[in-house]
Design a protein around this ligand. Structure first.
Ligand code: ADP
Length: 420
């Protein structure tokens, strides 16, 4: 089967979110980690999402990485391309959404592209070009205090104009409710008038389905994960995608473990829940900093316990404890020390027969998959919204659930293995 949709995502968990959306809408999807090496065999799938870590890089770096990813997808013959960013349009006046979209549009030789970060299920909507988070304008929401990219303007037209060399237009709600043909016609008019970037309103999933249908013929689409919802249906309509075909996923046998480096509130609850009924080992960041081989201690503790019933190794701690560690060791340094330790533990556990791993924390997940040398993941069924089981490409096959901080119910760590 030819590759239908080739996507470039600006961060790791965002890529998984997009991949999971595509799987739910009927596309067999693979997520690749970083710009793939030239000779990586193309995994058999309908969609590929390349996960970059480019959201907060300098704009020219983000452009370079995105173009390299796009080039790989083009060489492998994707039919349509997608650029995925955050549903809160995380960016600054310097980029990176505008510069990356400009560059991808140019590289594809396309005339226009569209922008839509809406994710109604998570209460991100776009009305008259303004992005809302829940009932608040983006600029009134907590995002105005974001440490890396404070969002102080809710008008996506203005935000994008400041970042892009192209004219930015808008297709509003009143056109979208008139259906895909009306949207298509409006896009054609705006294109005639010289607009090359077009913001799209969307308040409901139904609007997103309309927009998906209207964008069937665009070479490049940009958005959050929601905007991709309506795309698989286009390929079914064109006869390129068979409806109802799901990815055949491997059955993974082997011992189970949970590694948790997230300190988010939801993760703290999940750790507390698992502690009641499972063997757990807590990592002490200060001991790691003093040079003790904490990774080895954890693995030696775990080894005799490994089996079907998962063990939990965690550094998860309450805010005050994290604050104390950070003021002693520095925020970045403590984070990096723990991530490195988690990576070592993961490698040793896999060497010792662990094949089914739940990992909590976005950064922690990134550190662990890179320590394990994982190049790509087949995306399976969701455990909780936004967190699917995934299966590593290459040997040995690992089942990995990569959970970003605040996702998942209280019993996530134990429930996940029941869904394999
Ligand atoms: P989340 O998805 O919840 O943000 P991340 O893994 O992305 O989780 O980030 C958590 C960060 O906190 C990581 O860099 C991790 O190494 C660090 N960390 C984990 N436990 C502790 C701790 N006890 N003290 C200080 N930092 C910690």
């Amino acid at each position: 089967m030819p590759l239908l949709l080739g996507s470039v995502a600006d961060d790791f968990t965002g890529a998984t979110d997009l991949a999971s959306t595509l799987v739910k809408a009927g596309m067999r999807t693979v997520q690749l980690l970083g710009v793939p090496r030239r000779d990586l065999p193309v995994p058999d799938s309908d969609a590929i999402v390349i996960a970059l870590k480019s959201r907060s890089n300098a704009a020219d770096e983000a452009v370079m990485m995105s173009l390299a990813a796009l080039d790989w997808l083009q060489k492998n013959g994707a039919k349509q391309y997608y650029f995925k960013y955050c549903s809160t349009f995380d960016s600054t006046d310097k980029g990176n959404i505008g510069p990356v979209a400009d560059a991808m549009l140019d590289a594809l030789g396309a005339r226009i592209t569209v922008f839509n970060p809406a994710f109604p299920t998570n209460k991100r909507t776009v009305f008259k070009g303004h992005l809302f988070v829940g009932d608040e304008l983006l600029s009134d929401s907590g995002m105005r205090h974001h440490p890396l990219n404070p969002m102080t303007d809710s008008s996506l037209v203005r935000v994008l104009e400041r970042q892009s060399k192209y004219k930015v237009g808008l297709v509003q709600y009143d056109t979208i409710v008139r259906g895909a043909d009306a949207v298509r016609q409006k896009l054609a008019e705006l294109s005639e008038q010289g607009y090359r970037h077009i913001i799209l309103d969307a308040i409901t999933d139904e609007h997103l389905m309309t927009l998906g249908a209207a964008c069937a013929d665009l070479a490049l689409i940009t958005g959050g994960s929601g905007m991709a919802m309506g795309l698989p249906a286009n390929f079914v309509r064109s006869g390129e995608l068979e409806a109802g075909v799901t990815q055949s996923l491997p059955k993974v046998e082997g011992a189970s473990a949970v590694l948790s480096g997230s300190c988010s509130v939801a993760t703290q609850e999940q750790v507390a829940h698992m502690q009641k009924s499972h063997d757990v080992f807590q990592l002490d960041p200060m001991a790691i900093a003093k040079g003790r081989d904490v990774a080895r201690e954890a693995v030696e503790w775990a080894r005799p316990k490994l089996g079907d019933k998962p063990v939990l190794i965690y550094s998860t701690a309450a805010t005050e404890q994290v604050g104390a560690v950070q003021s002693e060791l520095g925020r970045e340094n403590s984070g990096a020390l723990i991530e490195e330790t988690m990576g070592k533990i993961a490698r040793e556990l896999v060497a010792g027969g662990v094949r089914r791993l739940v990992i909590a924390g976005g950064e922690t997940s990134g550190a662990v998959v890179s320590a394990l040398g994982v190049e790509g993941l087949y995306i399976g069924q969701e455990i909780d919204p936004g967190v699917p089981w995934t299966f590593s490409i290459g040997q040995p096959t690992l089942a990995l659930a990569l959970k970003s901080g605040n996702f998942g119910t209280g019993d996530f760590f134990t429930k996940a293995f029941g869904k394999l």
